[in-house]
Design a protein around this ligand. Structure first.
Ligand SMILES: *Cc1c(COP(=O)(O)O)cnc(C)c1O
Length: 470
């Protein structure tokens, strides 16, 4: 499989190059040159496979520059019951006739990001070993991404992680999860400031190309194609668990922020998985709901971006969105460049033409939004009706899924985190806390490893110079 850029620059990459590069040199996102189509015979075969076997079949369609036995070993060591808590890896849980949850959050950090990040960690280690190279990952986090990245990279050969987080802004649970890691290759840098301060420092350090090259700085952004690819697999698994044969159709409802998770659903649908609708759920930060209803994409300022009780969806723009727009516009890279390079940077928004907007339906997308009150009601309702505790992000999904139900077509809501990560809203909704497994309690008692650092790119560079692997 070859990879091209959504901006049409003349790039022609293979998987491992895309893996290490992240963003394309012309500023676009990497996408596969085509989506391999799966037919009924293949689907029938895949239905009987274990999660790891299914993952190997799917990702092999997109990776042809890693030896097959190596890829098999990477996947076999990634998707194990020990890491993900069950043999199914992503067990489906029926709520009622029409709705089911796909449990994606039983990995090490209790959020769905583990599924892709654990794969990425093992891919990086193998690729660096092959190249005899090293990687220093620099990132900023307000919660889930940072911990998923650290748990995926801890103890890995030739990889160091430098993760900036805003002091006192993460939940106590998220702090404990990250700061209790004792691995020497993990560096928690706590910055006096907001998430935006952290993000700006990462951008400033990355903009110093000489420094970046000298220290082999990389990222684990959600725009990395390898992360998206790993997520395609659970759409297939969810479909097989929810249906008896391949004549049935299902819809998926996805709590969305940066459009990574649901973009993987789009890829699965393009490959021929019988998905009826892709239902996108936002919280009060409704950039994407607005787009799917009107064809207008308007990036929000940080002042306009609200702090909500489903914080991992508090986005001002959706970094993976360009991949879908590329397909929607018939892969017209020129038009994509006009929209994202010109209109967005000059006016902070773009509007599709009426004709282009009309195409959205062909791709199965519909959307809805949810508020704090909706989350409280949905968490409470799901607890009372089904004795199931769901986290606030999943609640956004369940709420919006209910508005789009169609008879005869089950909707699978992607569960994106466990409720124990967000005790405040759980207590507010149902008057008790989510149960905490024993390892979680002991995690909060472990000594903390983090370093307070001044909010300056130079300070961060100086720290990295002292600690980067050579
Ligand atoms: C990251 C995250 C999301 C948003 O996922 P995207 O891929 O950015 O759309 C939703 N819920 C939780 C719990 C997350 O951690």
């Amino acid at each position: 499989m070859r990879y091209i850029s959504t901006r049409g620059g003349s790039v022609d990459r293979r998987f491992s190059e895309v893996l290490m590069e992240g963003l394309a040199p012309d500023g676009g996102l990497y996408v596969p040159a085509t989506y391999p189509k799966v037919d009924d015979t293949t689907l029938r075969h895949w239905r009987s496979l274990s999660y790891a076997e299914l993952a190997l079949q799917i990702v092999s369609l997109y990776i042809d520059d890693i030896p097959a036995h190596e890829l098999r070993a990477i996947i076999a060591s990634t998707y194990t019951p020990e890491v993900f808590g069950s043999a199914q890896i992503v067990p489906l849980q029926r709520l009622d006739e029409s709705t089911a949850l796909l449990n994606l959050s039983n990995g090490p950090t209790f959020a769905f990001k583990d599924i892709a990040m654990q794969f990425l960690g093992n891919l990086f280690e193998a690729e660096l070993g092959r190249r005899g190279a090293r990687l220093n990952i620099l990132g900023a986090t307000s919660g889930d991404t940072g911990s998923a990245a650290e748990y995926a990279m801890r103890g890995k050969q030739n990889v160091q992680v430098f993760m900036l987080s805003p002091r006192g802004r993460m939940s106590p649970f998220q702090q404990a999860q990250m700061f209790s890691l004792q691995d020497k290759n993990i560096h928690n840098l706590v910055v006096e400031g907001s998430f935006d301060t952290c993000q700006d420092i990462v951008k400033a350090v990355s903009a110093d190309l000489a420094f970046k090259r000298q220290y082999d700085i990389g990222t684990v952004n959600s725009i990395n194609w390898a992360r998206l690819l790993a997520q395609v697999v659970y759409y297939f698994s969810g479909y097989f668990q929810a249906t008896n044969d391949n004549s049935e159709r299902v819809s998926f409802c996805v709590p969305s922020g940066n459009f990574g998770n649901i973009c993987a659903g789009h890829v699965a649908r393009m490959m021929g998985l019988p998905i009826e609708k892709l239902v996108l759920a936002t919280n009060e930060n409704d950039v994407l709901d607005e787009f799917f209803k009107t064809g207008r994409y308007r990036v929000r300022s940080s002042r306009e971006t609200m702090v909500t009780s489903s914080p991992s969806m508090d986005i001002s723009k959706a970094s993976n969105f360009e991949r879908f727009i590329f397909d929607l516009l018939g892969r017209d890279a020129h038009r994509v460049g006009d929209l994202f390079d010109l209109e967005l940077s000059q006016r902070g928004q773009f509007c599709l033409t009426e004709q282009e907007t009309a195409c959205i339906a062909r791709y199965g997308f519909v959307s809805g939004k949810s508020t704090h009150l909706d989350r409280l009601q949905t968490i409470s309702h799901t607890w009372q009706r089904h004795r199931t505790m769901i986290d606030p992000h999943t609640a956004d999904g369940v709420k919006v899924a209910r508005e789009h139900l169609r008879s005869g077509i089950p909707t699978i809501v992607l569960e994106t985190a466990l409720p124990l990560k967000f005790q405040d809203i759980i207590r507010e909704a149902i008057g008790q806390e989510a149960p905490r497994p024993v390892p979680v309690t002991s995690m909060e008692q472990r000594p903390r490893r983090c370093e307070l650092i001044a909010p300056s790119a130079d300070e961060v560079k100086a720290y990295m110079e002292r600690h980067c692997s050579r």
